[in-house]
Design a protein around this ligand. Structure first.
Ligand SMILES: C[S@@+](CC[C@H](N)C(=O)[O-])C[C@H]1O[C@@H](n2cnc3c(N)ncnc32)[C@H](O)[C@@H]1O
Length: 267
């Protein structure tokens, strides 16, 4: 079993944040999906169904399924997908390392910001391969929490970044993105690619993309400060690190860079 607490928790605010997050990453979610009308898709670690909702809007004839450890997420996913008019999604509470579907049930599988939260990704990926039809695809999106670049530099941001990294590692894997390719090899997938893209934003009077991204990032780091303090980090420095992030766009030298890894493979 791979059960452990989900580090962001399950508050209504966090559930709403997941919906807003999927909207924010919409282009990344949808880029280059090889889905045909009428095919089936399983979202593993589907949370509140936010990513499924984005995919459903672009591919309305797919038949959708999702699984999450937490019953509250599945209840929220039913509500969210219902509000979008998605017809009878097959949503289940359960552990992704023991998927409750028969072999060769799905044409496609999807994961977003999920592998970073688990300690034993390989057993999950083997399960996903089992429930995919031969030739079915898996698409995975992850990041690398030790490679956020923030300018101007700040000791307080460095303190916050170290806390973020340790916190993710204590629940799952802070650098999951780097390992997607080799994990997929070990799980028996073929035709594997793992592409590094990412995003880079800088201060400019012409657009507020830097502020949008730093606010998005600060919104998932700030609620975790009490946890970071429990891990031994200094509360005041962490608060100052968040403030540095939130005000980066006011510095003429402000910029923020984050890596994003997107893997694709075939069962
Ligand atoms: C960051 S959320 C991502 C949800 C969704 N993929 C998204 O991007 O909105 C991660 C989810 O993985 C779930 N989770 C963690 N470990 C799991 C496991 N072993 N099996 C199924 N779900 C799991 C958590 O409950 C949480 O809802």
């Amino acid at each position: 079993m791979t059960l452990q607490a989900y580090l962001h928790g399950y508050s209504p605010q966090e559930q709403l944040r997941l919906v807003e997050q999927a909207e924010y990453w919409k282009e990344t979610i949808l880029s280059d999906l090889p889905y045909k009308p009428g095919e089936s898709l399983l979202d593993v670690g589907c949370g509140v169904g936010a990513v499924l909702g984005v995919i459903a809007a672009a591919h309305p004839t797919l038949s959708l399924a999702g699984i999450d450890l937490e019953p509250r997420q599945i209840i929220a996913a039913q509500k969210h997908l219902g509000s979008l008019g998605v017809v009878r999604p097959d949503l289940r509470t359960g552990d992704a390392s023991a998927l409750p579907w028969a072999d060769h049930s799905f044409d496609h599988a999807y994961m977003m910001w999920f592998i970073e939260h688990v300690r034993k990704p390989l057993e999950i990926l083997r399960e996903v391969r089992r429930v995919l039809k031969p030739g079915g695809t898996i698409t995975m999106n992850e990041t690398e929490y030790s490679a956020y670049h923030v300018l101007p530099k700040s000791d307080d941001w460095d303190h916050l970044e170290q806390a973020m990294h340790l916190h993710f590692d204590s629940h799952g894997n802070a650098n999951a993105g780097l390992q997607l390719g080799t994990l997929l090899v070990k799980a028996g997938f073929s035709r594997i690619t793992n592409s590094l893209s990412g995003c880079h934003f800088f201060s400019t009077p012409e657009c507020d993309a830097l502020q949008a991204h730093t606010s998005y990032t600060a919104d998932y780091l700030e609620p975790a400060i009490p946890e970071f303090v429990r891990l031994g980090f200094d509360s005041e420095r962490l608060q100052r690190g968040v403030k540095h992030l939130r005000t980066l766009h006011t510095s003429p030298d402000g910029s923020f860079t984050q890596m994003v890894y997107r893997a694709r493979a075939y069962a």
